[in-house]
Design a protein. Structure first.
Length: 328
């Protein structure tokens, strides 16, 4: 297994702080990334890409990725799938989603005012950074079948979807070599993007057009960030567009379900197993986290949500089983 945490600026450009140079130049960071992606000696088959959401500093990013990666792999080892993880390359993206990286700064009290700018920054990071990473992998492993596993949380779902949106155009124009059996498994955890954004006619419409792509969308009625605050912030940011509903609150639209050819609906109850997720037959899977969130609130197992409710309550076995069963 090779794992990299990759920082970028607000435009999704990777900088090496030691030389203040972009990844396109021959910097130590650029060389490390390209060495990990090249075929030899790693020879990976599975590629994971993680993107955090809004208001996550660098320290918290590394902690979250470590906790989630270990939690997921632990459950996969406890309940081995028929097609288990192979040699794995993990790419964790850190993008500037806060006013400042200093958690003690008084500037962070104005974080709620950055909704519009961070929403669009997530798209930029996806189009520039994650798109480039995916393309680099495909070009360095030309014609070899790979399994891609992409995970986004909150605005990180926009990062993932924006990358896939642009990558699909290249694949259609045959400008990137890709094996026919290459697969894409995408998990959008409490997605902070409008519920219709993945419809074929909308901004991420290409996602449904990928061959061999399956999509998992989670929702929760206990996610206050998406059910309560997202519509308010979206209305203020887009005065002439009506009041938006988030995908991670409302779930897929009927049009999106039609574009994917159907949907499997799951209830993630306490004790949810991988076997339950592996039974999801459709390309599109909607998983309602409300039952397990409700139990965790009642038992006092998650107390860090504040006004966001259970929006970031994503580090527990039922979610690892959901994603592990969906991926494998």
């Amino acid at each position: 297994m090779a794992m990299l945490t990759i920082p970028c600026d607000a435009n999704g450009i990777i900088l090496d702080a030691r030389s203040n140079a972009a990844i396109e130049n021959s910097t130590p960071l650029a060389q490390t990334i390209k060495a990990a992606i090249s075929q030899a000696p790693f020879g990976f088959n599975d590629v994971y890409v993680f993107s955090h959401g809004w208001s996550t500093d660098a320290d918290q990013t590394m902690i979250n990725y470590d906790i989630f990666s270990i939690g997921l792999m632990r459950q996969l080892l406890l309940t081995p799938p028929a097609n288990p993880p192979q040699a794995t390359l993990e790419l964790g993206v850190h993008w500037p989603s806060e006013i400042t990286e200093d958690p003690t700064s008084l500037l962070n009290t104005a974080q709620l005012l950055t909704f519009y700018s961070m929403e669009h920054r997530a798209d930029q990071v996806g189009r520039n950074l994650v798109y480039s990473l995916l393309r680099l992998v495909l070009e360095n492993r030309a014609g070899q079948p790979l399994r891609f596993f992409l995970l986004g949380h909150s605005f990180g779902c926009k990062v993932i979807c924006a990358a896939l949106q642009d990558l699909y155009t290249d694949l259609q124009n045959a400008t990137i070599p890709i094996a026919a059996s290459t697969s894409w498994s995408v998990a959008l955890i409490q997605a902070a993007t409008d519920k219709d954004n993945l419809e074929a006619a909308d901004i991420y419409g290409n996602v449904s057009r990928f061959s061999n792509l399956r999509l998992l969308v989670t929702t929760s009625t206990f996610d206050e960030a998406l059910n309560k605050w997202y519509p308010i912030a979206g209305k203020l940011a887009n005065l002439f567009s009506g009041t938006p509903s988030a995908l991670g609150a409302a779930g897929p639209t009927a049009t999106m379900v039609q574009d994917f050819g159907g949907v499997t609906n799951l209830q993630v109850t306490p004790g949810f197993t991988m076997a339950a997720a592996r039974g999801a037959a459709q390309r599109l899977v909607q998983a309602d986290l409300s039952p397990v969130h409700q139990q965790r609130i009642a038992q006092g197992l998650y107390t860090g949500g504040g006004v966001s409710g259970s929006h970031s309550d994503i580090f527990f076995d039922e979610i690892y089983n959901l994603i592990g069963g969906f991926f494998y």
